[in-house]
Ligand binder design. Structure first.
Ligand code: NAP
Length: 504
């Protein structure tokens, strides 16, 4: 191994240690010691971020685009080391880490292109009408401005694409906002090497040191101090409903409340419509099992619930899903805690009234084996726990009597990141009757596919009504994600010399 972590946090250009350490728990390879992040580090990072904002927030789009591209280049230069430590810490296969690295550098370059085009600034101009009666109209110009320092919480399940230099960081830096990142304990070495890449890009591009800091985890104090810090103006977060809600509440309780963009849990219901079930129920069941077990089911878009009619076609769907799931061997999970939470979720289902086990397994240690359960619409609607996300390869089939019951069930779902329709041409009317409900429930509605594998694109929405996210007006994936870190400012009758460069 060529990269050995030194275990420090990057605070405004300096690598800092604290008096206490935690030891990483890799799925394979050597463990390493890391200095626990401290409130003192958070304070220094936030102060440096605020200081950096006075230059970085006023840098040109071209300067920021070049900086984002330099980060991507520096990540690529460390590619093999990132894959090695990333696979060790997360237990994810090398191919996944390589793909995720491509997605991460792709996101950085996408935001570079996006800000170069400048459409995101949403520039508006109402020309003055001095002769308008009864009152003249002033000259009004509007543009989106960066909000100031942003806190980012690295996600456990995407050590690269939703972490240190992931989508939240890329969107904030593109907007002109310095970032203070709270590293996730599940992959501190991966966070460190990516922070080294950002550090190198800061130096080569002549950016202010405070534009990026990484405070390693190891204590709840760090995350709490970060969201409460008065210089932080917004938070990007991916993780659990419980953790996200706690931090969201802290943001709301501040003297100056700030937006908390939390991407939390989702069970991503999939509706198998009758004609599709009849024509290809078994094929869909097999495909569903594949999506459900991809990455040990550790995706926020994991389609945990399938809704299908009672009867022979539905039976074929369930049988095919069961057979495909039974083929899947134990998969390593991201952390011991996540593996334990998966087993706890399994217990919730095992002990439920009106929930039939279809395939039950016993997994050990940090691994997970798939589980499949079945229930009906009445039982589902009466038991709130059945709609809670179980992070991992666990599926629940809800059998319904027909489309009307599918609609009733759909109305009972909480906010979701995605909702999927499996449909054939003969299902169009039924699908149309579901659409008004699904649009209200989910950030993304898709047909004849599976929701895992989120495209990073202009028209992507990765968000949704609570509890899928804490802010339904936003997405954490795609170019629209930059809007979270912008604020419209109107300039009335200002002389050209005072207007922002992008408006002049
Ligand atoms: P998590 O427990 O929500 O932790 C995410 C981050 O928030 C970590 O940095 C954690 O700090 C911090 N945090 C959580 N609660 C906090 C609190 N009360 N005060 C201050 N900081 C807090 O998520 P996780 O560790 O990644 O995974 C645990 C569970 O989250 C999984 O089993 C799964 O259910 C869910 N999850 C969901 C998604 C999704 O995309 N929907 C993604 C990942 C995980 P520490 O590191 O110090 O604990």
């Amino acid at each position: 191994m060529t990269f050995t972590p030194h275990g420090k946090s990057l605070i405004a250009g300096d690598w800092m240690a604290s008096g206490t350490t935690f030891t990483s728990k890799p799925a394979s390879g050597p463990a390493h010691d890391f200095s626990v992040g401290t409130v003192e580090m958070v304070n220094r990072a936030c102060e440096a971020a605020e200081e950096a904002f006075w230059t970085y927030g006023y840098s040109s789009r071209e300067e920021r685009a070049k900086f984002l591209e330099a980060i991507a280049d520096e990540i690529e230069a460390r590619g093999a080391d990132i894959t090695e430590i990333g696979t060790q810490e997360s237990g994810l296969p090398a191919g996944r880490l390589e793909g995720e690295r491509g997605r991460t550098t792709g996101q950085l370059r996408m935001f570079a292109d996006h800000i170069r085009k400048g459409d995101y600034l949403d520039r508006r101009h109402d020309v003055a009408l001095p002769d308008r009666a009864p009152l003249p109209r002033p000259d009004l110009r509007m543009i989106e401005r960066p909000i100031g320092p942003v806190a980012v919480f690295g996600a456990s399940n995407f050590p690269l694409a939703f972490s240190t230099a992931g989508g939240d960081t890329a969107a904030a830096l593109a907007a002109g906002c310095p970032v203070v990142c709270k590293g996730h304990d599940a992959h501190p070495g991966t966070a460190e090497i990516v922070a080294e890449a950002i550090h190198a890009a800061i130096k080569s591009c002549g950016m202010p040191a405070g534009v990026f800091s990484l405070v390693q985890g190891g204590s709840f104090d760090v995350g709490q101090a970060l969201v409460k810090h008065p210089l932080i103006k917004a938070v990007g977060f991916t993780g659990s409903l419980r953790g996200g809600r706690a931090l969201f509440d802290l943001c709301a309780q501040r003297d100056e409340p700030i937006p908390f963009f939390g991407e939390l849990g989702s069970v991503n219901p999939m509706f198998v419509l009758p004609e599709a079930a009849k024509a290809r129920g078994a094929e869909i069941g097999k495909g569903w099992a594949g999506s459900l077990t991809m990455g040990a089911g550790q995706f926020c878009t994991n389609p945990g619930i399938a809704v299908v009619e009672k009867g022979a076609a539905g039976d074929a769907f369930v049988a095919a899903a069961k057979a495909a799931l039974a083929e899947v061997g134990p998969q390593v999970m991201l952390t011991d805690g996540i593996a334990a939470a998966y087993r706890k979720g399994q217990e919730t289902f095992a002990g439920r009234n009106a929930v039939e086990p279809v395939l039950t397994t016993k997994s050990e240690g940090r691994t997970a084996l798939p589980n499949l359960y079945e229930t009906d619409a009445d039982a589902y609607l009466q038991d709130h726990a059945l709609g809670e996300e179980v992070f991992g390869p666990l599926g629940l089939v809800v059998r319904v009597a027909g489309i009307e019951e599918m609609r009733t069930l759909a109305k009972g779902f909480e906010g979701q990141l995605t909702a999927t329709l499996q449909m054939d041409e003969g299902d169009t009317e039924a699908a149309r009757s579901l659409m008004p409900i699904l649009e209200r429930k989910a950030g993304r509605v898709l047909a004849n596919g599976f929701p895992t594998g989120v495209e990073v694109a202009d028209a992507m929405v990765h968000g949704g009504p609570y509890p899928a996210s804490t802010n339904f007006g936003a997405t954490s994936v795609g170019t629209l994600a930059i809007r979270r870190f912008l604020r419209p400012v109107s300039y009335q009758n200002l002389p050209a010399a005072l207007l922002p460069e992008d408006l002049a």
